[in-house]
Write a protein that binds this ligand. Structure first.
Ligand SMILES: O=C(O)CCC(=O)C(=O)O
Length: 312
């Protein structure tokens, strides 16, 4: 009798173990990375993000894009590539230059469901509104092609009219590159330990990449960096370059994100109207004095609440 009771108890434990293991397996399955939840809201996984620098603020998200998304972006761009251009720092005009020798094209925002999904994912990761982003730019670099060190914030007054400055950049790698093609930040504040250990760990880095904090292109990975400091000043440490590709081909896609909506053009500065319905309330709280750049504007850009701040 006693043996029977023990057997019953052992079997009961086995049943509990089986149920527990099955539900554990089930919950592990549920935790497997998915890029899209069932209700179409994008999911981002903070644990896949590594901070690579604090000055400038730069982060890499491993496996941000799926294989399907990488292939889709390349297939849209392939037949439409043209030689890349740069913005002239005085006039803001787009000009072809030896500084940047890749080919590229722009994909209109929300072109199809996959592009929209990528844009939703970028907004969810960066916490920056989708409407502040430009159309994505696809780039292809063949061996020898590169983008010399430059800033993503504008130095001219023309390009900031729409959406204000570019505050952040998300650069997504669509292919691995056998050699070269790294994105490098030559002025990043040195974390010597990290720099040395990454060079020792990775002797495949090109000489160009060894001149700063570098990210090696890996299909699906995304690099986010900010061109402004936390004090809202252009961050000169955000200087960055696309190192020459030495072997293979590099495909990437860039999303530049502005401080304000890129979709809704700002009213002209002659127009004395508030840009936000809450301007009156903010002005009453003293925001015209406390937050003058946003409320009143700067020499480059009119503020959003000029009417309520009584400066027009
Ligand atoms: O290709 C790269 O790694 C850099 C690209 C870049 O700097 C840009 O598109 O602004």
């Amino acid at each position: 009798m006693a043996i029977l009771r023990v057997n019953v108890a052992v079997n009961a434990i086995r049943v509990v173990e089986k149920v527990t293991n099955e539900s554990l397996n089930q919950s592990i399955l549920d935790l497997k990375p998915q890029h899209q939840s069932n209700n179409n809201n994008p999911i981002v996984y903070p644990t896949r993000v590594e901070q690579i620098s604090w000055k400038p603020r730069a982060f890499v998200y491993r496996g941000f894009l799926t294989e399907e998304e990488c292939e889709h972006v390349i297939s849209i761009a392939k037949s439409e590539l043209k030689r890349s251009a740069v913005a002239d720092s005085g006039s803001g005009e787009s000009t072809v230059s030896e500084v940047r020798t890749s080919s590229g094209m722009f994909i209109p925002k929300g072109k199809d469901a996959i592009i929209s999904r990528i844009e939703d994912k970028i907004a969810a990761w960066t916490f920056l509104p989708k409407e502040n982003g430009e159309d994505m730019q696809v780039l292809r670099y063949e061996p020898g092609e590169k983008y010399d060190p430059h800033f993503d914030f504008f130095q001219d007054k023309v390009n900031i009219v729409r959406g204000g400055h570019r505050v952040a950049t998300v650069l997504m790698y669509l292919t691995d590159v056998s050699k070269g093609g790294e994105t490098v930040f030559p002025s990043a504040e040195e974390d010597t330990h990290r720099r040395i250990s990454s060079i020792i760990k990775d002797d495949t880095l090109s000489d160009c990449a060894k001149r700063g904090t570098a990210v090696k292109p890996k299909r699906g990975d995304a690099l986010l960096f900010f061109s402004f400091t936390t004090q809202a000043k252009p961050d000169t440490r955000s200087l960055h370059a696309g190192c020459p590709v030495i072997e293979g081909e590099k495909w990437s896609v860039t999303k530049w994100i502005h401080v304000e909506s890129f979709d809704k053009p700002r009213q002209s500065s002659d127009n004395c109207v508030d840009q936000n319905p809450r301007c009156g309330e903010w002005a009453a709280y003293g925001e015209c004095n406390n937050n003058p750049i946003y409320m009143l504007g700067s020499p480059d850009l009119p503020g959003a609440c000029r009417k309520s701040c009584k400066v027009c």
